[in-house]
Structures are given as structure tokens and as C-alpha cells.
Ligand binder design. Structure first.
Ligand code: FDP
Length: 330
């Protein structure tokens, strides 16, 4: 069977229904190309001298792995010259970076986590890249922080690439979520999962149970509910990789919920709103699922800082609704 490449799929959407414009298409293609480069480095593992710590920390005090830094640079270099972006921001940067003045400025902003789950890199477990695209709202020539601080409902595109047993890209521009698998022989992403739909109710619960003592009583009761321990529902299967992209991807295809609640050590949760939770929430909603922060829909949260953290419950709609009900958000 002849499969549709990512480029063909995007061109089709641009041509037939004008669902994306040329600048956004270029942006998605450039991200995909950069991620092929990251995939190659991740796949080479120990052979590419990319494992281990870079000996540096990011602005949030987290130790950077060599591949974190490399992936950040690959994405930055690939994207800053195209003329379609006004600014970029990444988990590995203190502040947003306006595109260099010797290149034209565009109407989009790219926010990304270059290598999510990087504590898993050294032990050959799936990691990923997550990205979010917003439209510039400020009036100056280049993008500024105000442009980045928009709620997730304003995203015009979002996606992730998972570097797993195969490399896959999943993206949305607000007309469904579509998955492509990298054919390493062709070097192309090929359409493998058109119009992904997450099951209404899921099988899998992904949560780090080691924090149980640190959760609030309602969160403890919620997780007990998912595990079937209060006798009110069938127990879900607990599966926790510890790479958000991998856990999210499994649950997107198989149904379930990924939860990273606030705890007494991380009172605001651990995961970043702008470039981790918002893009995955957008994809999940487009696939028929939901995402919630314990009080509101993730996509409705008004951000106040670039590296803002948030608790998250994301996945199958019925399972997220249980969180809404039990955490008293009604
Ligand atoms: P990591 O620190 O390895 O980058 O984004 C942060 C993240 O991984 C997620 O991918 C993952 O779900 C989570 O942290 C794991 O955190 P815990 O070890 O606290 O469970």
C-alpha cells in the first residue's frame, strides 16, 4: 500500500480545504525534519556520545542531559530562519527568544520541550519532543513574552514526537489529531493513524504512586477510585513509564488517564503548562478526550509565566470527569 507522507497530507489540507496556510505548513514540516535529526541521535544511544549529563542546569535548576541541550539546539537552528516565526521558547531557555533580526519575522510563536522524559534517556526508554504554536498578539516587530502567555485554547497547532520502538509524530491544527510513523529507510513520516479517537473510558492509569503520602486527601481518594480500591469502579491497569509523552501516547491510543497531581513537595505540580500540558491537552481534546488541572480545563488556564507548572489529569473523557467530580470542581 502506498502511504501518504506528512508533506502530502499537509499540502492536501492546504490545497483542498485551506485548513492550514503555507507558513504553518512550513513550520510543521520544519519541526518534523528537526525531529528526524533528534530521532537519529536518540536511536544511536551510547554510540553517539549523547548520553549522560551535560554538566549544566536549566533556569529551573534541573540537570541538563547532553541530548536535552542538543535537541534544543537542533530545533532552534531549524526554525529560527524560516521567516514564519516571531519568537521561540523552550524548556531549556530562561526567556523567550525573538527571531534574529537578520531574518524576516512571522506571525507564529513556537514553544517546545525539546526532550521530554530525559531522565530516561540513559536507560533506553522512550522519550519525546512536545511543541505548541501560538499566534503573535503584540504589535512590535518580533515576539515578546506577552505573546507566549496565552491560554492553551489559543493554540493554532500542537504536537509531539515520540522516540520509541518506532518514531511517531502526532499533531493537530484543530481539525482532529493525526499520527505519522517515521519510515527510517525512506526518512519520511508516513500517515499511520489518521483522525485518532481516544476511547471514552480507559484501561490505563499513569501516575507516580510514590507520591501518595504527599497528595491531598481528595487526590488520594481519586487515585484509589481509579485503582478500584473503593469498590466503585473496575480497577484500571497501572502503567507509568515516567516519560509524559510515552504515557500520554499509550493512553491516547489505548484509553486511560495520565495524572500528575500537585503534592506537598511540588504544590503546583511538576509539569509545565505552556510547552507540555497545553499541547497534549489540545491533542487530547481533538481526539475526543479532556484535560483538567484540578479546578479548570487545562486549555482555559491563563498563564502568568513562561515556565509555569500545573497539576494535570489528561486522557479519556469519562476518566477525567471522575477527577472533576471528586476534586470538587463542579
Ligand atoms: P523528566 O523529568 O524525566 O523530563 O517533563 C518532566 C518529566 O520527565 C515527565 O516526562 C514525566 O512524566 C515526569 O517528569 C516524571 O516525574 P516523576 O519522576 O516525578 O514521576
Amino acid at each position: 500500500m502506498r502511504r501518504v507522507t506528512l508533506t502530502q497530507f499537509l499540502v492536501g489540507r492546504q490545497r483542498d480545504r485551506n485548513l492550514i496556510n503555507a507558513d504553518l505548513r512550513l513550520l510543521l514540516e520544519t519541526i518534523a525534519r528537526a525531529c528526524k535529526g533528534i530521532s537519529t541521535r536518540v536511536n544511536k544511544g551510547a554510540l553517539a556520545d549523547g548520553l549522560g549529563s551535560a554538566g549544566t542546569s536549566n533556569s529551573q535548576g534541573e540537570v541538563q542531559k547532553k541530548l536535552d541541550v542538543l535537541s534544543h539546539e537542533i530545533l532552534l537552528e531549524a526554525n529560527e530562519w524560516g521567516g514564519n516565526l516571531a519568537a521561540l521558547a523552550s524548556e531549556e531557555m530562561d526567556n523567550p527568544r525573538p527571531t534574529p533580526t537578520h531574518y524576516p519575522s512571522g506571525e507564529y510563536l513556537l514553544l517546545f520541550d525539546p526532550l521530554d522524559g530525559s531522565s530516561n534517556i540513559d536507560v533506553n526508554i522512550s522519550v519525546g519532543t512536545i511543541f505548541s504554536v501560538l499566534k503573535k498578539v503584540s504589535t512590535g516587530p518580533r515576539g515578546v513574552i506577552e505573546d507566549m502567555l496565552q491560554p492553551g485554547s489559543k493554540q493554532v497547532a500542537a504536537g509531539y514526537v515520540i522516540y520509541g520502538s518506532s518514531t511517531m509524530l502526532v499533531y493537530t491544527t484543530g481539525q482532529g489529531a493525526h499520527g505519522f510513523t517515521l519510515d527510517p529507510m525512506l526518512g519520511e513520516f508516513l500517515l499511520s493513524h489518521p483522525d485518532i479517537r481516544i476511547p471514552e473510558q480507559g484501561r490505563y492509569l499513569s501516575v507516580n504512586g510514590a507520591y501518595e503520602q504527599l497528595w491531598s486527601a481528595p487526590v488520594q481518594a481519586l487515585i484509589r477510585r481509579y485503582r478500584g480500591l473503593d469498590g466503585k469502579r473496575e480497577a484500571m491497569n497501572v502503567r507509568y513509564v515516567g516519560s509524559m509523552v510515552a504515557d500520554f501516547h499509550r493512553n491516547l491510543l489505548g484509553g486511560g488517564i495520565f495524572a500528575y497531581p500537585a503534592n506537598t513537595k511540588s504544590p503546583k505540580g511538576k509539569l509545565r503548562l505552556l510547552y507540555e500540558c497545553n499541547p497534549l491537552a489540545f491533542i487530547c481534546e481533538q481526539a475526543g478526550g479532556a484535560a483538567f488541572d484540578g479546578a479548570r480545563n487545562i486549555l482555559d488556564v491563563q498563564p502568568t509565566e513562561l515556565h509555569q507548572r500545573t497539576p494535570i489529569y489528561v486522557g479519556s473523557k469519562c476518566d477525567v470527569d471522575i477527577a472533576r467530580e471528586m476534586l470538587g470542581a463542579a
